[in-house]
Design a binder for this molecule. Structure first.
Ligand SMILES: Nc1nc2c(c(=O)[nH]1)N[C@H]1C(S)=C(S)[C@@H](COP(=O)(O)O)O[C@H]1N2
Ligand SMILES: [Mo]
Length: 425
């Protein structure tokens, strides 16, 4: 398509997205449905469910998702939406920290502002972003630092996510670097800060009413970062950051600022609440520690942005909801990803991790995307089986059976298991 025609179409679509939202501004719950009763999770090991037992609710532009909390809004993606490499926008998880989030944005007045210690502070309308910069596409996984936190033993406070605080999308936008170069970064600038439009009191006992996140000015992640205005070819759902959000391939979602409206050049390290003490990990191998070491007060912490997301893989099918049958072919399948570069291998076990077979990988959408895998399995005997899956990334990292522990409930990447029953033919 001709470039300027394409840009006009993009702007038209984004305008239509804003209108669609404004037509139903109330964050009304339009349907609820009780979750399936499940046994309480009793510790590491085979875990038959992903999403706990909360209600499924529909927010504007969203399918029914599992609600963790309403203020701030936290919605988890049900397992079945991870069958495909790209997570549908309407099923994509939602996480906010603050109580007040935008439900309409006037694009006539909205601006993205580059302010603070830049040489040439500057602001852009959405039209300018789309027209004045070269658009880029990147497939990348947005994963909450606390994804799978409910697996932690001992339990830690925070949203008790199953595995659905993640999603993969094809993001279209402009390179953050291109904007930073327009504004000019002087030598005295050491951190770049990002802020959206949401605000509020936050958690009752916490000081912050503003969600601000920063990365070091020379972090290579800033060269990969994209300010996205399309998600899977559509305007971003309001709850996922309309009109533009940060996409930082390989880094946890806490840096993926939604409704991005302020980019600030700082001449000092950002130590606002959401950088310190929030979102810190132990400065230890794999961010792993123990409650005893934390209590000793000797564990040094660093921002979670210091690390890339660890390699993970998930079993989507079979999910244990129906038995398999002896002698009948079945398909074990799911997704894998890593923040350290491409997934190079996924292995599947049907004997609880004693022996492993290489699974077939699906299409390659780039190093920061979900990669689907599948493995044909015909169980020969009736009985109970424990399936397991592990991935290896380009950097040579491989998942293990060790469950990480840190007080924030971050960086979980233990080997996933799934129990299934096989009936006699
Ligand atoms: N403006 C804003 N951006 C934000 C947040 C927020 O609270 N406000 N939360 C971050 C965190 S911790 C996560 S996990 C992701 C969630 O992205 P999603 O809601 O699009 O799934 O948004 C990130 N960007
Ligand atoms: Mo998060």
């Amino acid at each position: 398509m001709h470039d300027s025609m394409h840009r006009r179409r993009v702007l038209g679509m984004i305008g239509a997205g804003a209108a669609a939202w404004t037509a139903s501004p109330a964050l009304a719950v339009v349907s609820t449905q009780a979750g399936t009763a499940q046994d309480a999770f009793t510790g590491p090991g085979p875990n038959p469910y992903w999403n706990g037992v909360g209600p499924y609710v529909s927010y504007p532009q969203k399918l029914p998702l599992q609600r963790l909390t309403d203020r701030s809004i936290q919605l988890e993606t049900p397992r079945q939406y991870f069958r495909e490499a790209f997570t549908p926008n309407a099923a994509f998880f939602v996480r906010y920290h603050l109580s007040s989030t935008p439900n309409a944005i006037d694009l006539a007045t909205w601006r993205l502002r580059l302010e603070g210690a830049f040489k040439r502070p500057v602001e852009f309308s959405l039209q300018q972003l789309v027209r004045e910069f070269k658009p880029v596409n990147v497939a990348a996984v947005n994963q909450c630092s606390g994804n799978s936190r409910s697996r932690f033993q001992p339990r830690v406070p925070g949203g008790q996510w199953g595995n659905g605080a993640m999603g993969n999308a094809m993001w279209t936008g402009v390179r953050l670097r291109d904007l930073l170069e327009r504004a000019g970064i002087g030598r005295d600038v050491s951190w770049i800060q990002f802020e959206g439009l949401d605000h509020g009191v936050g958690p009752a006992d916490k000081p912050s009413g503003r969600f601000m996140k920063s990365l070091p000015a020379h972090d290579p992640a800033l060269d990969r970062a994209v300010i996205a205005f399309l998600m899977n070819g559509e305007p971003l759902p309001m709850l996922n950051g309309f009109p533009v959000r940060m996409v930082v391939p390989g880094k946890f979602a806490t840096y993926w600022t939604k409704h991005l409206s302020f980019i600030r050049a700082l001449t000092h390290e950002d130590e606002n609440f959401w950088m310190k003490p929030a979102y810190r990990i132990p400065d230890t191998p794999n961010g792993d520690t123990t409650p005893q070491d934390i209590a000793s007060g000797k564990v040094k912490s660093v921002p979670i942005g210091t690390v890339d997301m660890p390699v993970r893989s998930f079993i989507v099918d079979p999910d244990g909801s129906a038995p398999l049958v002896q002698g009948m072919p079945s398909l074990i399948r799911g997704v894998a990803f890593s923040g350290h570069g491409a997934v190079v291998k996924v292995e599947v076990s049907t004997d609880a991790g004693k022996t492993w077979s290489r699974a077939r990988l699906g299409a390659n959408h780039g190093p920061y995307s979900f990669r689907t895998y599948e493995h044909a399995w015909t169980p020969q005997a009736a009985g109970r089986y424990t399936l397991a899956v592990r991935a290896t990334d380009k950097a040579g990292n491989v998942q293990t059976d060790h469950g990480v522990w840190n007080p924030g409930g971050y960086l979980w990447n233990r080997i996933e298991r799934q129990d299934v029953t096989v009936l006699r033919a």
